[in-house]
Design a protein around this ligand. Structure first.
Ligand code: GDP
Ligand code: IMO
Ligand code: MG
Length: 431
């Protein structure tokens, strides 16, 4: 049978998010035709730095800065219309047009009642709170699963839209009031007027059946980039449930999140921090908090892009990454923020866990067991040199080279690139 190899690459968060997906998407976008966000919503915060400019995007694909690229928000995403319009305007104010933006008519809309429910649910969970971004992601995906969600395509038929919104608003107001004792309730006319009079005119032209468009682009062998949001350990099924997001950030969800078939994805790059971070609650075996962790947090600017919350810091966890490589099928790794480790005398890498006195090299499916895992470390010598200006693997100090080689060896995936600073130019391909 004829083998087809499309020119497509997936940029996947391999840990708990914030690995640098925005940076790598922007880097690859310089030589791409199409960039697709296929999951999550504005819980994502992606940072792009070039030419002394810094941008933060949450829902518009990070490839937008190459103005020739078609940017797609595909069906698997959930879209907050206020955020969408504010990002379109933020880009416009900075000289970037969104004329090449396409939004799936199948994508679901996040409404204000979703964010209110997110907030109430978090409060009700008390000490079991997930630490969500409170953007309404979970409640919106829950409505989608429950088949009461309202989609972007519904905006094209106002009468139908109002019918669906009325059902939802009545239902949600009851839940907010009676279950959560919440004072805030929502009004159909107010929401409808805001959307139809002010928001929709600013993006209506971008709405389309993106599945058809993507199918054509892939088959025409155009260079298509899939920009992941969140990280694999936040995956609803394969992450550290229930401390996860409500979507599927892993590569296999590209198919359902876009309508493309599985073979449409050829290269799968695991975007990986040279250490580990996590925001929100949940087990984090290699977490530590001391002077070194504080230095990493400050040097790496480890504060949430969206929420500004300080990120939790941990040593590199090869067990997590191997798991991530298995569930995603990584064809290569991009090791990010390597520069942040400069000056740390000894670097630890977790190579296995001790669970009930037994050594294991996998991520347990039950959170209780995962919480009992004690990380087993090897120690690698660090380096003191400033590496922010290196332009090849060979220019790295030998200890940094060995650190990368060890990661690759433990995970069984080649390192195809690494990053030594936030700027687009501080990205180095490994031959
Ligand atoms: P994303 O959500 O995966 O796109 O990542 P975020 O943008 O939330 O967080 C990554 C942070 O690291 C951002 O502040 C980036 O500007 C920054 N960053 C990316 N790569 C590097 C790097 O190699 N070195 C340093 N120092 N910062 C980096
Ligand atoms: P990017 O794309 C890091 C985390 C939240 C919380 C959990 C559930 O920038 O890597 P949610 O609001 O999704 O219901 O929150 O998931 N989370 C992220 N953490 N980076 C992200 O996105 C995240 N998106 C969600 O902190 O623990
Ligand atoms: Mg982020």
């Amino acid at each position: 049978m004829l083998e087809t190899k499309y020119q497509t690459t997936a940029v996947i968060g391999s840990q708990w998010g914030d690995e640098g997906k925005g940076k790598i998407t922007d880097y690859f976008a310089q030589n791409a035709d199409v960039i697709v966000r296929w999951s999550g919503g504005d819980n994502a915060g992606h940072t792009i730095v070039f030419d002394n400019k810094k941008f933060k995007l949450s829902i518009i694909p990070s490839g937008i800065f190459n103005q020739k690229v078609t940017c797609v928000i595909a069906n698997g995403c959930v879209v907050n219309l206020e955020k969408l319009v504010s990002e379109i305007n933020y880009l416009k104010e900075n000289g970037y047009s969104c004329e090449n933006l396409k939004i799936s008519d199948r994508a679901h809309i996040i409404f204000p009642y979703h964010s209110a429910l997110d907030e109430c649910q978090e409060l009700a969970r008390k000490e079991q709170a997930i630490g969500t971004t409170k953007k309404g992601i979970g409640p919106c995906y829950a409505d989608k699963m429950n088949r009461v969600g309202i989609r972007i395509g519904d905006l094209l038929d106002k009468e139908e839209f109002v019918k669906k919104l009325t059902f939802n608003v009545e239902h949600k107001n009851k839940i907010l009031k009676l279950v959560y004792n919440c004072q805030e309730t929502f009004d159909v006319t107010k929401i409808t007027d805001r959307i139809f009079n002010e928001l929709l005119p600013q993006f209506q032209n971008y709405i389309t059946d993106t599945r058809v468009l993507l199918d054509e682009k892939v088959k025409a062998n155009q260079i298509v980039l899939f920009e992941g949001a969140q990280g694999s350990l936040l995956d609803l099924d394969h992450g550290t449930y229930p401390f996860v997001t409500s979507s599927h950030p892993i590569a296999s969800s590209i198919a359902t999140g876009t309508g493309l078939c599985l073979k449409a994805v050829t290269n799968i790059i695991g975007i990986t921090k040279a250490y580990n971070t996590r925001v929100g609650e949940g087990v984090f075996p290699t977490e530590f908090e001391d002077e070194i962790a504080r230095t990493i947090r400050e040097v790496g600017n480890e504060y949430g892009t969206v929420s500004k919350r300080p990120r939790r810091i941990g040593w590199f966890d090869a067990v997590i990454l191997k798991y991530s490589a298995e569930i995603n099928g990584f064809t290569g790794l991009a090791i990010m923020l390597l520069d942040v480790l400069s000056g740390i005398k000894e670097l630890k890498i977790c190579t296995s866990y001790l669970l009930n006195n037994q050594e294991i090299k996998y991520v347990p499916s039950q959170i209780k067991n995962f919480a009992q895992c004690q990380p087993q470390f090897i120690t690698m010598p660090g380096w003191t040199e400033d590496i922010t200006k290196v332009t090849s693997f060979d220019q790295l100090p030998i200890n940094a080279q060995n650190y990368l080689k060890k990661i690759s060896e433990l995970v069984g995936v080649p390192i195809t690139m690494f990053s030594v600073g936030p700027n687009r130019t501080q990205t180095i391909l490994v031959q």
